[in-house]
Design a protein around this ligand. Structure first.
Ligand code: DGJ
Length: 714
């Protein structure tokens, strides 16, 4: 609900209030984002200033004010929300309140970019127009709040009302001045096979600007999700702010702690190598930033974001459907396969309960590898004599659905299409482009290139019974032709994803980018699941999935059981641990099942039976992180039905320790007055006992021992 009281705007979510006021000087002042407050008129804001600070004629120094969309250089000298070069060649602007409108039953929708939708909830949007007369700059700040959630959606629209060109050097989606206090910054840097490592550090004086990525997609190296938590906040307690950007290109979040200890946060497009020119009357809209707040620690914030991302982000009909258990041939065969091998894998997989076979990279081009044929997408008939459609039919007659891998955005330099359209790759005119795995990138800033990709991929999807698509992207962006190009490319990427996913609503799409290099809410708006990491080692996955789950629902994280020694790090872990680690995700296999022994196949059949029982919890349950693999030799997490009727506990002791006693695990989200049956052992526990006393799992005496437990309320 949005309440306007004189000059105060009060946005109320389920448990939160977001309050701002227009000061007597027309500045938009931030009052509060946190626990829900009763409404009152907050417009009697004091204007405070110190003698030696810069201040305006009316004695106001914005350097001391918490603001909604601050500018730089007039009296506020902290990092600004935006930077625009005006007609006089300087960057000094000062936005003043002009008007506000409250839109009933409306969620901000951004043209050409993904955003949350209303999805049956009650939502209102406030649009505040700010204006700088001298520069002719208009900024429309948009805020959406839902009655049912604890989030505020923000974006900004800048418009040039002057009679000459205006250059935007930066434009963040949201800024948040949270004031003083001992706070920690939590963010997720990483690399290929080590995506989204959890880093938590105390915020101290100065500016931390490098929570960003300028590698093309949202990137392996930094995720566009951050949290700012009270220093003593943990999984279950304390105040935590989260900012999640719905965007898949170069992004930036930054935190400044000023000379008085006030904390300012920004999130949005990365200003590095960004520029956008606006002629008279033109506008620029930023991506959407989701601001979330919880009093219940990091876990409370995650579950809030999980709920809204599961229900109000992805339009695919698969977003709330149980996903098929798949087998993918990548780690089983890499490029070395033919139809016979594929069918052997599929038959064996069907016998143990798999539901979907996915043919990965290497089905096209005369060499049958990704080094040749990307962009042309001509089926390699030597490997697949019946083509994709013939293979799909054969897989279907085994009783499995058929899925196919694509890498729509990339192209090999010697592909036919590039030879006939040499200007279709991202490049600069004065030097040769950098290759990455012999790939160039299609220039998605061009409509004709986007149309080619849409038609080409759609043609293949139309001509075979393809029920799942893995959409890969395996290179960073180099040779960027001009500043702002990355955003134009990203808009093209959204155009082709939108066109293809809407034309094939029955297909289950999975995002991927060299593993989890584009794991973001922008991709999740089109595809309900993303390949979490190429690192499928169970121990590595503990950390990767633990930290990924802080910002994204487990129903978006695909998790496959692969062979040992693990192909990425050589580690040998038990088959049971590999599966147990993957249950709280979108479960599947990626190994040569034809080489598995009979007892392993029986174990796999059991695993698949269990994962089918757990699928609804992955989609709808609450996820609790119980013990952190970042801090201990253990990892434990739990999925609990929202009505507390069942729960699934996973725990792993990473290295075996002689003569030690293991950590007790206290479960969450159960009914303390009910009893729960451990389905495997038949033991009955009280909900209160499981939550307040805890249990000590019995691990086998070996490294990487895992325990799981399905509990049903009696
Ligand atoms: C990277 C993906 O993450 C892998 O799963 C696989 O699809 C390869 N690309 C294929 O090139």
């Amino acid at each position: 609900m949005i309440i306007k009281n004189n000059n105060t705007f009060h946005l109320q979510g389920r448990n939160i209030s977001y309050i701002m006021a227009v000061s007597s000087a027309g500045d938009l002042i931030h009052i509060h984002f946190g626990k829900k407050l009763r409404d009152r008129d907050y417009s009697d804001i004091k204007t405070v200033w110190h003698d030696w600070l810069a201040y305006t004629d009316d004695g106001i120094s914005l350097d001391l004010y918490p603001q909604e969309y601050p500018s730089y250089g007039h009296s506020d000298l902290r990092f600004p929300s935006y930077s625009v070069k005006n007609r006089h060649g300087n960057h000094i602007t000062q936005l003043k309140f002009k008007s506000a409108v409250i839109k009933e039953n409306a969620v901000q929708q951004l043209e050409g970019m993904p955003s949350l939708f209303q999805g049956g909830k009650t939502a209102q949007t406030l649009e505040i127009t700010m204006y700088d007369e001298i520069a002719g700059l208009e900024a429309v700040l948009s805020y959406t709040v839902y009655d049912e959630y604890d989030v505020v959606l923000r974006s900004a629209r800048l418009k040039n009302n002057s009679d000459c060109e205006m250059i935007i050097d930066s434009a963040y989606s949201a800024s948040l001045d949270i004031g003083k206090g001992e706070h920690d910054l939590i963010y997720f840097p990483g690399a290929w096979a080590r995506e989204r490592e959890l880093v938590r550090e105390k915020i101290s004086y100065g500016v931390k600007i490098d929570i960003s990525n300028a590698r093309g997609g949202s990137g392996h190296s930094m995720n566009p999700f951050i949290m700012v938590a009270e220093h003593n906040a943990d999984e279950g307690h304390g105040a935590v702010y989260g900012l999640s950007l719905i965007y898949s290109g170069n992004h930036s979040s930054m935190v400044e702690c000023d000379q008085y200890g006030n904390i300012r946060i920004h999130q949005g497009l990365n200003p590095f190598r960004f520029q956008w020119s606006l002629e008279n009357g033109e506008e620029f809209t930023t991506p959407q930033s989701v601001l979330c707040y919880s009093e219940n620690g990091i876990g409370g914030l995650s579950r809030e974001l999980n709920d809204i991302y599961r229900s109000n982000l992805c339009r695919s009909k698969w977003s709330d459907r149980e996903r098929p258990i798949l087998i993918n041939n990548w780690e089983a065969t890499y490029f070395d396969f033919d139809e016979e091998k594929i069918l052997d894998i599929a038959k064996k997989a069907k016998d143990v309960g798999v539901e979907l076979f996915v043919l990965d990279d290497g089905w096209f081009g005369d060499k049958g590898s990704c080094y040749k044929g990307l962009g042309d997408w001509i089926i390699n008939k030597k490997k697949l004599p019946s083509g994709i459609s013939g293979l799909a039919d054969k897989i279907n007659s085994i009783g499995l659905k058929f899925g196919l891998w694509f890498e729509p955005e990339n192209i090999n330099p010697d592909s036919e299409i590039l030879l006939s359209h040499p200007d279709w790759a991202v490049s600069v005119s004065d030097r040769a482009s950098s290759l990455s795995i012999n790939r160039l990138m299609f220039d998605l800033s061009r409509d004709d290139v986007c149309d080619y990709i849409i038609n080409k991929i759609s043609g293949i999807l139309r001509n075979a019974n393809i029920e799942y698509v893995k959409w890969d992207m395996n290179r960073p962006m180099t040779d960027i032709p001009y500043d702002g190009y990355n955003h134009k490319y990203t808009l093209g990427f959204y155009r082709i994803m939108d066109a293809i996913t809407s034309a094939f609503p029955d297909i289950l799409f999975e995002g991927c980018s060299g593993g989890g290099g584009r794991f973001d809410a922008g991709v999740l708006a089109y595809m309900p699941q993303i390949w979490t990491s190429d690192n499928s080692d169970a121990v590595s996955r503990l950390k990767i999935q633990y930290s990924t789950s802080m910002g994204y629902p487990v129903s978006s994280m695909t998790a496959h059981v692969t062979a040992v020694p693990n192909h990425q790090n050589g580690r040998v872990t038990p088959l049971g641990t590999r599966a147990a680690t993957a249950y709280c995700g979108i479960f599947g296999y990626e190994l040569d099942i034809t080489k598995m022994k009979d007892d392993e196949l029986l174990e796999i059949a059991d695993q698949i039976r269990l994962s089918k029982e757990l699928r609804h919890l992955v989609l709808t349950g609450d996820f609790y992180r119980l013990i952190s693999p970042y801090d201990t030799n253990y990892c434990a997490w739990e999925m609990t039905a929202k009505d507390s009727s069942e729960a699934f506990l996973f725990a792993c002791r990473i290295l075996s320790v002689a003569n030690s006693s293991d950590l007790m695990i206290k479960l969450k989200g159960l009914d303390e007055n009910s009893d729960y049956l451990d389905v495997d052992t038949g033991v009955i526990y009280g909900g209160d006992e499981l939550m307040y006393r805890g249990i000590e799992p019995v691990y086998e005496k070996k490294d990487f021992a895992a325990v799981s437990m399905l509990l049903k309320k009696l």
